[in-house]
Write a protein of this length. Structure first.
Length: 504
């Protein structure tokens, strides 16, 4: 049964945050106030996308400046300094620790030490290897590690700009939402801790392609992102549910085929030629014990008999399956079909909340999804405040635990509070997104008249498979249907009697 829901008529022109967001309006006073009625938008070089790109560059550079105390010695002389200055990064440490300084080939050459092979997915390993090629040789290892971090930072800066631009262009009428990504403080602080920005940028390109109705291209980029980090494959879940609700099985097949093809193209050579090295990432993830940032760590440190790693793996998997089942129920029974970005945010957030480890850079996974799912500065900044507190908390806790007797920092109880700040603010943002799904009039994107601008083929599509209350629209709706940008010939009032009967 095709279900058409009632809502506002779509507005024309770009959406200006200073007209619909109180925090954005107040913040704009620093730059002269909200945009005026007669402003010549788009008539100068300073287009929204270019502004967002430049702001992203500026914040990324500030994030690099924040690492200067470590660059000038904290990474190399006195391990505790990198924690007290909150400027730790994996990048310089793994230059030697994973064999790049010695010219070893990832996945093929066995490493010395407790890690036999590189424990990162293949495309991330390629990224790390390319950066090592651009790092000059020499006998001064400290200098080489500094240069290696700089080279990686330059490559990651490109990823950051790509990410911000893609978010700005995904919702055509909302380019300024990209500022949420460009100005995210937690993103600037964590951008050069690890290589996660590569997968995040590829995922953003994939979502942009999906919004442009390029289903196979979306799959290809999502497959590449999954070859760099595992979490992007989770986005196939929301695509499956939304295509189920709309009956767009062909589009899901294209997305799934593109994902599988791209992932195999990157991974298959390594699987065939270096199977032990390729498998290290997956075995390491399975065997890894409870680690920083998760509520499992709080339980393990609070309980006199903490559960084993196998038990936690099982429980975490069951919780994630339960979360996915609840998302499926929400998607198929919501009074109006959820937006793709909303479900993408919720499924990745569920993975983060149930996982046995939460490294500070994992916040990057959620930043673009949060900007697209709930583009409101107040809620975004509440969540970011929790993430910044966690960022500071983990380094102060490590300073306390690694500094010896009398070390300054954050005790175990204080660190548990930092973890709770991260968990509660993330849950808060999830709750707001779920509320927007159940009450679509509260959704900022739909309040301005759009349906699902990041949904591509799903944007404005009628529902074919719905259950529960969604299958029984309220009688007082009067059969009102909004065009969502379609031409007059596609609006319900222009349908013939036979067409209306078929769509009912």
């Amino acid at each position: 049964m095709a279900v058409m829901t009632s809502t506002r008529v779509q507005q024309s022109g770009p959406v200006l945050p200073t007209e619909e967001d109180e925090v954005a309006a107040e913040g704009s006073e620093l730059l002269g106030g909200p945009v005026g009625r007669h402003a010549l938008l788009g008539s100068t070089w300073w287009t929204p996308v270019r502004v967002v790109a430049l702001v992203a560059l500026g914040l990324f550079a500030l994030g690099m400046v924040q690492k200067i105390p470590c660059y000038n010695g904290g990474w190399f002389f006195g391990a505790n300094a990198q924690y007290t200055h909150a400027c730790y990064s994996d990048i310089p440490h793994l230059f030697q620790g994973r064999g790049f300084a010695d010219g070893l080939v990832p996945y093929f050459d066995r490493l010395n030490g407790d890690m036999e092979y590189l424990e990162y997915p293949v495309l991330t390993g390629v990224f790390m290897e390319v950066a090592s090629w651009l790092t000059p040789g020499g006998d001064d290892l400290v200098h080489r590690e500094q240069v290696y971090w700089l080279v990686n930072s330059g490559m990651l800066m490109i990823c950051a700009v790509v990410l911000a631009v893609c978010v700005s262009r995904t919702h055509r009428r909302r380019p300024w939402d990209g500022l949420l990504v460009a100005l995210a403080p937690a993103a600037a602080l964590t951008a050069t801790i690890n290589w996660d920005l590569l997968a995040v940028a590829l995922t953003a390109v994939a979502m942009l392609l999906w919004s442009r109705k390029r289903s196979f291209g979306f799959g290809v980029l999502l497959g590449l992102a999954t070859a760099a980090k595992l979490y992007p494959v989770l986005l196939l879940g929301p695509v499956l549910l939304l295509c189920w609700r709309t009956g767009r099985w062909r589009e899901f097949g294209k997305a799934l085929g593109g994902t599988a093809a791209a992932w195999l193209l990157v991974n298959l050579p390594v699987i065939l030629l270096a199977p032990d090295g390729w498998a290290k990432f997956y075995t390491f993830s399975q065997e890894r014990g409870v680690d920083f940032g998760s509520f499992w760590l709080i339980l393990s440190q609070r309980l006199s008999s903490p559960p084993s790693t196998d038990t936690i793996n099982t429980l975490a998997t069951l919780l994630m399956v339960l979360a996915c089942a609840l998302l499926a129920v929400l998607t198929l029974t919501a009074p109006r079909r959820p937006r793709f970005a909303q479900l993408a945010f919720l499924v990745v957030a569920a993975f983060i909340l149930t996982n046995k480890v939460y490294s500070p850079q994992y916040v990057l996974w959620l930043v673009p999804l949060a900007a697209l799912a709930r583009p409101r500065w107040r809620d975004f900044l509440i969540w970011q405040a929790g993430e910044v507190l966690y960022f500071l908390g983990i380094w102060l806790y490590l300073a306390y635990t690694s500094g010896g007797k009398g070390a300054m920092g954050l005790s175990q109880e204080g660190y548990h509070l930092a973890i709770l700040c991260h968990l509660l603010t993330t849950l808060y943002l999830c709750a707001v997104v779920v509320r927007d799904i159940l009450l679509p009039e509260r959704d900022p994107v739909r309040a301005s008249g759009d349906d699902d601008p990041s949904g591509g083929v799903l944007d404005g599509a009628p529902d074919l498979h719905v259950y529960g209350r969604a299958a029984r629209p309220p009688q007082h709706s009067g059969g009102i249907y909004t065009d969502w940008g379609k031409g007059p010939e596609e609006r319900p009032e222009s349908f013939t009697g036979e067409e209306r009967e078929r769509r009912a």
